[in-house]
Design a protein around this ligand. Structure first.
Ligand code: ZN
Length: 230
């Protein structure tokens, strides 16, 4: 999440909270809402970025150390931490990105529902947390990079580790193929990656082929669930 000062429609300077990979304005730190800075269905006008200090009293309060709990970005961050921690309890890697998160969001909505207006910020924080994990480099594993598409936008190059799940989408065939990474190895011809599809024999690809064919879907099990150290 990027934090930037933005001039609102009425000239007030708010603290904007932006998607760090696309620059999309998610929200402002106070209750004024993103529409105090952008119009519906419009992108953030770069001319709204400003070096001027905050003039919105609520944004100033949210940035003061004694009243920081009023900062909407921080409130959303705590909810996001709760969602990811709940999803982690399943300890099943593919579930961390989809089913585990779906169940965690459901549990949150039932037990400790956040204000609706925080949803987009929570989603953005969860996406940042998942991206950090997707980018964590397994120790001692040769580096092979594949694209990782962030849920709220933006694609980054992420390292492949044993246990990761990769996806290939065939536009021509119109189907999704999922494979699990069995291992990476250094060979005289470069690094190779061995993967298997459920119920199929393992296939070994060069690093270049892997990067062209697959993108990263989720990461390998947490250290507590297996032997992989990150
Ligand atoms: Zn404000």
């Amino acid at each position: 999440m990027d934090h930037k000062n933005l001039t609102g429609h009425d000239g007030t300077v708010h603290e904007g909270l932006l998607n760090s990979h696309t620059g999309h304005l998610v929200d402002v730190a106070c209750d004024a809402g993103r529409y105090s800075v952008v119009h519906p269905y419009e992108k953030l006008d770069p001319a709204r970025l400003t070096d001027s200090p905050l003039s919105c009293p609520a944004c100033v309060t949210a940035n003061s150390p004694t009243t920081a709990q009023l900062h909407r970005g921080r409130m959303a961050y705590r909810y996001a931490e709760g969602v990811v921690a709940l999803a982690d309890r399943r300890k099943a890697p593919p579930a961390q990105d989809d089913e585990g998160l779906r169940l965690a969001f459901l549990a949150l909505a039932e037990e400790n529902p956040p204000p609706r207006s925080l949803y987009s910020l929570i989603r953005e924080h969860v996406t940042d947390m998942l991206t950090d994990r997707a980018l964590a480099v397994p120790k001692g594993v040769p580096q092979v990079l594949v694209p990782y598409k962030r849920y709220t936008g933006g694609t980054v190059q992420a390292p492949v580790g044993p246990g990761d799940r990769l996806m290939h989408y065939s536009a021509a065939g119109g189907y999704f193929e999922y494979v699990w990474v069995d291992g990476l190895a250094e060979t005289p011809d470069g690094v190779v990656v061995t993967v298997h599809e459920k119920g199929r024999c393992p296939v070994t690809y060069s690093a270049h082929e892997i990067g062209r064919r697959y993108s990263k879907l989720d990461w390998s099990p947490l250290p507590s669930a297996g032997t992989i150290q990150r």
